[in-house]
Ligand binder design. Sequence first.
Ligand code: ZN
Length: 221
Amino acid sequence: MYVVTDDASKEVLPATGESVGADNVIQGMDLVYSQTKSGMKDAFLTLNTGEKIQSPQFFKLSLNQLRSLNKAISRKVKGSGNYWRAVRELARLYRKVANQRRDWHFKLATDLCRRFDLIATETLNLKGMKRLWGRKVSDLAFYQFVEILKFKSLKHNREFRQVGQWTPTTKLCSDCGHPNENLSLSDRQWTCRKCGSHHDRDINAAINILWAACDPVVETV
Ligand SMILES: [Zn+2]
């Protein structure tokens, strides 16, 4: 994946006094590869403000097209004229989806830079996630987004921080800091046993990411 860096001229944006923590959900990160039903309803990015940013609808439409093209190819006689026509069509569609996604990543990164002086996310542990989810890692799209966000932050004079992958951000209650050791991957909402706070899993993680990014003790990269 390529990020255009030849136009690195600074376009400093006015300070907003706002900071944001952003949590990314691994499932459904890349709608081209992730075909799980549960992935579809997860946001691409959850902000500590409570905002959930969904992947655009056109990814889903393209995904359906990709599926039906793949099916069509499997029905054709391998090596025939029709077969190669369908293969070329599939390659074209993949390129189109990749370009659309990249454009959307740029727009989203610009939007975040306009709104926030400091943007914090988690580092990605691709190998660990592969093990955890036991299937093809579908978050290469998110990796691309992070690279674009880094580039944009530099351009617009924003601070971009990534919290280390070993920093607990999901299980800790963002109100009292109590860890919820029983939290499982399927728990989208939970209530803290200690202080009774009710949490949306991803918003809670986004708040913890922002806190960790602002904590001088926590190692950021
Ligand atoms: Zn609590």
